[in-house]
Design a protein around this ligand. Structure first.
Ligand code: BV8
Ligand code: ZN
Length: 235
């Protein structure tokens, strides 16, 4: 099992979730903007924030850490071992790198859905001119929004169930680039520990999980993950 957070995309140039926001967004915290309340109160500000993030992320490319996880998945499959990557990230970089077994816990910033009826829509929010108003759903005229999970919203049921089930019976858990500040994602590795699993964390800084887990590689993922996977490939 692998759980990733914003830190694995840091070396792709995507600012992590808790890094200070720049410019116009400096006065807001992500928790304020990534919420249904903010969207209800000022949908245009929230959608502009997402247009800014989509433009940043569109220029990002997978880094050696993302690529190492693709090699790890191939290695596990060759050795007949189960592999699952659960990510908190919405930046699509794991998919772009070629990972197959992925669960997106918090959705995907490049997908759009209706805030009211939930229908996914083939509408690129980054291409919308918000001067003409907030785009509406073709089915119910509700407001369109990114297909991501906001604070206070529940995770997609299928993603949640898969993450719980697989975490409860995983024997080796890699936690990469997360401060483990957000629930329920931060609890998945603990579930593995409680069922006798081994957890290894890759993060230059310590996280909420650090005191409880088995091993730490206090290095950037772009260096540590390729080295770890190479060592595993050499057996
Ligand atoms: C829910 C999508 C329940 C949006 C995101 C229990 C206890 C406490 C609080 C709660 C709880 N249960 C629910 C809550 C509330 C809330 C929560 O957890 N709040 C926190 C802030 C206290 N959780 C929720 O609301 C969740 N919903 O539980 O629903 C419910 C039940 C019934 C009815 C209603 C509700 C939903 C949470 C999802 C929020 N959406 N993203 C968007 O992106 O726009 S979360 C957001 O944070 C991102 O997805 C991000 O990935 C994620 C976590 O942050 P990290 O990934 O860890 O990023 P961060 O910047 O924090 O850390 C980066 C790390 O990388 C650092 O440690 C750094 O050292 C490291 N790093 C840096 N460079 C590198 C590196 N590591 C390696 N290599 C490097 N080079
Ligand atoms: Zn709708």
């Amino acid at each position: 099992m692998v759980l990733t957070g914003a830190g694995i995309s840091a070396e792709s140039g995507v600012p992590t979730f808790r890094e200070a926001q720049e410019g116009l967004w400096a006065k807001y915290s992500p928790e304020e903007l990534a919420s249904p309340k903010a969207f209800q109160q000022h949908p245009e500000i929230v959608l502009r924030w997402y247009q800014w993030r989509i433009s940043l992320i569109s220029q990002a490319r997978p880094n050696p850490a993302h690529q190492a996880l693709v090699q790890l998945e191939d290695l596990c499959i060759r050795e007949g071992k189960r592999f699952l990557l659960i990510t908190q990230n919405v930046d699509n970089l794991h998919q772009a790198a070629g990972s197959q077994q992925i669960v997106e816990l918090h959705g995907n910033i490049f997908r759009t859905r209706c805030h009211h009826c939930g229908t996914r829509q083939e509408r690129n929010l980054a291409a919308v001119d918000l001067e003409e108003g907030i785009p509406h759903c073709q089915q119910c005229q509700g407001l369109l929004r990114p297909d991501v999970v906001w604070f206070g919203e529940t995770l997609p049921a299928a993603a949640l169930n898969t993450a719980w089930e697989q975490s409860a019976n995983s024997d080796f858990y890699l936690v990469v680039g997360t401060s483990a500040a957000v629930e329920p994602a931060a609890s998945f590795p603990i579930l593995a520990l409680e069922n006798g699993g081994t957890v290894l964390e890759i993060n230059p800084n310590s996280s909420n999980l650090s005191p409880r887990i088995s091993y730490r590689l206090p290095h950037p993922a772009g260096a540590a993950l390729p080295a770890l996977v190479q060592a595993l490939q050499q057996g």
